[in-house]
Design a protein around this ligand. Sequence first.
Ligand SMILES: [Zn+2]
Length: 566
Amino acid sequence: MNKLLALFCLFFSLQIVAQSAYPKDYFQSPLGIPLQLSGSFGELRNNHFHTGIDFRTQQKEGLPIYACAEGYVSRIKVSTTGNGKTIYVDHPNGYTTVYAHLQKFDSAIAAYVKQAQYQAQLFEIELFPKPNELPVTRGQQIAFSGNSGSSSGPHLHFEIRETVSELSVNPLFFGFDKLIADTKRPAISSILVHPVSENACVNGTREAISVNLSLQENGNYIADPIKAKGKIGFSISATDAFDYAYGKNGPYTIETCVNGNRNFMFTADKFSFDEVRYINAYIDYSRLKKTGVRYQRLFMNLPYPLRNLQTDIQAGIVDVQTNLAATYRIEVADYAGNKTAVDIPITYDPKEVIATAKPKTELPILKYDIENLYEEGRFTVSVKPLTFYANFPILFKATDDELEFAADDVPAHQNVTISYEADHLTPEIFEKSFIGSVDGNRLKFIPTKKQNNKLIAYTRNLGQFRIGLDTTAPNIKAFNIKEGKWISKQQTIIFIVSDNGSGISKYEGYINGKWVLFEYEPKDKSLTYFIDDSQLVDGKNDLRVIVTDELGNSAIFETFFHRKIN
Ligand SMILES: [Zn+2]
């Protein structure tokens, strides 16, 4: 057995040990219904790997959510984006369970959050209760399931993290796999082979080509033989499905071997939050942008840190030399052990290939491993080393108030800094100006700092930018109240709020001069007050709502209503 293979055998047996080290029956289900998944751990999402699992909630909100084990609420977040309303519970065994996109919190937690919101006079809030403040027992209801934050349908996003390292671990390691039926094998929709080295070619071409697959009786595939020369690599578009799920999810492992020697492995086991964005280096990002399909690369061209990838010293690349006859095998598996394999025969092709002359770009190359600075007129763009994953041609062009800093489908790992010298603007105009990104006919607001007559914005999205001006206040419309009306039977007061310029940044509501909690939901633009009679007086009540945009333009809506209080 060669050294490399030995190393891999060691790695694989370590993996098995690692999985069995997780407690299998410590955590109970967070839901009281049969478990069905609509999202798998590690599946490929926009700019991140999915760091949890998504439980279906019967297409509705309001199901009780239970603490999976004893512990205490260590963190609570209320946000109109991301995970929405979220609870974190620390357990004495060193793990933290996370429950996200909640509709609302249960009793003691709800009261705790409400008190903090009134103290801060803010709806969006993040709290870190002390261990003795909100203890929970195993199975205690802590919340109701919902659809809050950046969620596009009711479900429970659930995570298990190592409390100290904050690494998110595949929840199926903890015995949840026994509660979720999965008898379907992963599906392979397409495999591509890429020439990697400069003179490499595949089937007579220097472009990536698709591999022709034939389905065998046993459900595996055999590919048409590939004739190649030089260094080549493969990529795959593969999905997995659970038994009771309509969507396509991600596989648990993808491993590849050359003549039986493993050379690459992807495992959806653990992620740290500072590495999940490297998904854009891992997948074929430009193909995703062009075709909408995510191909996972089974080789690494330039290095990037992702702990869930293991490769040989060739980083998964196959070097096709004289007389090589090899079988390249890809095995895709789900957590339940269902597998689909593909065998791809590779032979050496001595033929010379004349490269089709690529249109030469006149654009300068942005070198990804050094600092880059672009200056023209009033604009400066500065790019820190390793902001991008590879070199690429960049278009940089600036006019009076427009900037182009653009490239074809290139993902940024960090922000680039755009600054604009604005000393020619009057203080009034400067105050209401921002750097926006051009999106069709719209100018999208980018949070813009103002410093020494400069506008400064940070962004990961390349493209076209323009200096924008926002002097228009947001719009406030009453949804279910009318001035002077009796609303004794209503449970809510709702306004619909919008802003066509920079977007809504702040919202406040006052009843009889006192701040009251309005909950903002950007998905339907609603601003909702849940009526609490202890905050009202019998008869006439004054109501004032103030909504402010990102540039400080405020709209005020003043009205009054009547309510009978017993
Ligand atoms: Zn999720």
